[in-house]
Design a binder for this molecule. Structure first.
Ligand SMILES: [Cu+2]
Length: 69
């Protein structure tokens, strides 16, 4: 089980959280996503190792930017 944390900038509301969930949720192995527009915190739990770059690309695809914490 891999848990990786990111700080996302640009989210303002629940729709933003949902966009991130939709994109990050498509990454193979991702089992849980905790994301908060309020704190910008994104915690991804996966059943297999996930590349930081895959998550960063998914966040970018959703229209936001992130850095690994
Ligand atoms: Cu929003």
């Amino acid at each position: 089980m891999a848990v990786i944390e990111f700080q996302v900038t640009g989210m303002t509301c629940g729709h933003c959280e949902m966009s991130i969930r939709n994109e990050v949720g498509q990454i193979p192995g991702v089992e849980n996503i905790d994301v908060s527009a309020q704190t910008g915190k994104l915690v991804v739990t996966a059943s297999q190792p996930v590349e930081d770059g895959a998550v960063l690309a998914a966040v970018d695809e959703a229209g936001y930017s992130a850095v690994r914490v």
